[in-house]
Ligand binder design. Structure first.
Ligand code: PEP
Length: 249
């Protein structure tokens, strides 16, 4: 089975209802898309986004979900609730959640498990900080983050998508070189293959970190990057679509 090409827009905590209508209209005008294109909007807008994307070739997802099924977890949103609205994807372990909400590797793994239990595809973010990179710890950190997920999901791992996002490249305008990205993607794929054979090697691995129309082609060129998790550039329809076209010519 070939690895699927995928481009995911992470709107983060941006947007408003009127602006979202405009952004989605811009995206829809340029579809249909032959591969998976996903927008991950803030929770309050998801119902609007779901309605707007009905019958379109663009899927939608959330930026986080709870590790719990239900109960006294004020402020959290469960995977079951997302699934009820037709959500297909959920980002878990984004570096902003790991940093600002102290999410541990195990919590991220538990969120991925909760997502899969409701047939959502978790987009599991992994990546090292600048300090970790400079200390030569990149492999150790990424392997540790991935191992928690592999251990928790077991044979379900092949149902997730991994996004390699070096933290120092997110929202900073600094991008990993195509070579750095390819090297890490190969390693991640190797770890998945070691554990799950062909099913592990077949998983899509996205790159994220200041991806723009002017660097996406070079990042894809090595053949190890299956698509992108895009933050800032996903807020402009034209920029996002240019990236989509580079992934899916
Ligand atoms: C992200 O939010 O996952 C991201 C990669 O952001 P940006 O593209 O803005 O660096």
């Amino acid at each position: 089975m070939a690895r699927r090409k995928l481009v995911v827009g992470n709107w983060k905590m941006n947007g408003n209802r009127a602006g979202n209508v405009e952004l989605l209209a811009g995206l829809k005008a340029l579809g249909p898309f032959v591969a998976d294109v996903v927008v991950c909007a803030p929770f309050p807008y998801l119902a609007d986004v779901a309605l707007s994307l009905q019958g379109e070739s663009i899927a939608w997802g959330a930026q986080d979900c709870s590790a719990h099924e239900s109960g006294a977890y004020t402020g959290e949103v469960s995977a079951a609730m997302l699934a009820e609205f037709g959500c297909r994807y959920v980002i878990v372990g984004h570096s902003e959640r790991r940093a600002f909400h102290a999410e541990s590797d195990q919590l991220v793994a538990d969120k991925a498990k909760a997502a899969l239990a409701h047939r959502l595809t978790p987009i599991v973010c992994v990546g090292e900080t600048l300090a970790e990179r400079e200390a030569g710890q990149t492999d150790v950190v990424v392997k540790r983050q991935l191992s928690a997920v592999i251990h928790t999901l077991g044979h379900c791992v092949p149902q997730m998508v991994v996004a390699y996002e070096p933290v120092w490249a997110i929202g900073t305008g600094k991008t990993a070189t195509p070579r750095d990205a390819s090297t890490m993607h190969k390693r991640i794929r190797g770890w998945m293959e070691q554990r799950f054979g062909a099913a592990g090697a077949d998983r899509s691995i996205l790159y994220g970190g200041s991806v723009k129309p002017n660097n996406a082609a070079a990042l894809m060129a090595g053949g190890d990057v299956d698509g992108f998790l895009v933050g800032g550039a996903s807020l402009e329809a034209e920029a996002f679509l240019q990236i989509v076209r580079l992934v899916i010519p």
